[in-house]
Design a protein. Structure first.
Length: 254
């Protein structure tokens, strides 16, 4: 009840400033990920809540800002049809219009960063496939992963802070949904970067006992993407490999 989706241009720009300041990723308005919240099989539900891991679950899809705060949450049995994607398609959330990130650059849309499970779109950027990567593409993947790691940490802390996620939730789907929403509070011990080597220092949640009540989601949508979405990713790849966008340490990290 306390998670409010940003609906003003100024708020989205504030979030984008956070990602650029902390993680050097321009025009990023959030990191997106989803998890299956495992529940007991509801009576007479058939395959409605059955997932690819052969368990029963509801899907938690969430967007996180640069400060590990959840800004959007969707809970249901299927993560593919979220209100967030629909809102971004129509720009009903007043996301800022495309704008160049450097002089003489093309107008670049504001976007969400996600992992391989999500489709590549003009408003969702994900890593290049791991097969046959050039150095330039590996650098892009590294830069994107630094920003995307925010949501990974948020889910990790969520799962390890609340014992309810250590095993399947033995309640009805609607009650399980209420519990999940209640648990979505700011995280604690997250990943950090060594200020000298820029290597990742893993947060304590990664070394604690891993829960069985929360699991990764499968691929959302197909591998098909538009030429415009690919153009945006290629442009960002070029940017992170240029004097304007390169991180001083990035060559050592791939």
């Amino acid at each position: 009840m306390y998670i409010t989706v940003p609906t003003t241009t100024s708020k989205w720009k504030e979030i984008a400033t956070g990602f650029e300041t902390y993680w050097q990723f321009p025009h990023c308005i959030g990191a997106l990920d989803g998890k299956h919240i495992v529940i007991r099989p509801p009576p007479n539900s058939g395959s409605y809540y059955f997932n690819y891991k052969h368990t029963f679950s509801i899907v938690l899809l969430a967007l996180v800002d640069a400060d590990y705060k959840f800004t959007y949450v969707n809970i249901g049995c299927n993560g593919r049809n979220s209100s967030l994607c629909a809102a971004l398609e129509t720009n009903s959330l007043n996301v800022p219009l495309p704008f160049p990130i450097c002089e003489d650059g093309i107008p670049l849309p504001y976007m969400i960063v996600a992992d391989e499970a999500f489709p590549l779109k003009t408003y969702i950027q994900k890593p290049y496939a791991q097969i046959g990567l050039t150095k330039e593409k590996r650098i892009f993947n590294y830069c994107l992963s630094r920003a995307r790691r925010i949501v990974e940490n948020a889910f990790g802390i969520l799962a390890n802070r609340f014992q309810v996620f250590m095993t399947p939730i033995r309640l009805s789907p609607d009650k399980a949904e209420t519990i999940v929403k209640t648990c979505l509070s700011p995280p604690g011990s997250v990943d950090a970067e060594d200020t000298t080597t820029y290597r990742t220092i893993q947060g304590s949640w990664r070394t604690e006992k891993q829960p069985t009540g929360i699991i990764d989601i499968e691929r959302q949508g197909s591998n098909n993407y538009t030429a415009k979405a690919k153009e945006i990713r290629d442009y960002l790849c070029e940017y992170f490999n240029s004097d304007k966008g390169a991180l001083p340490w990035q060559d050592k990290m791939i």
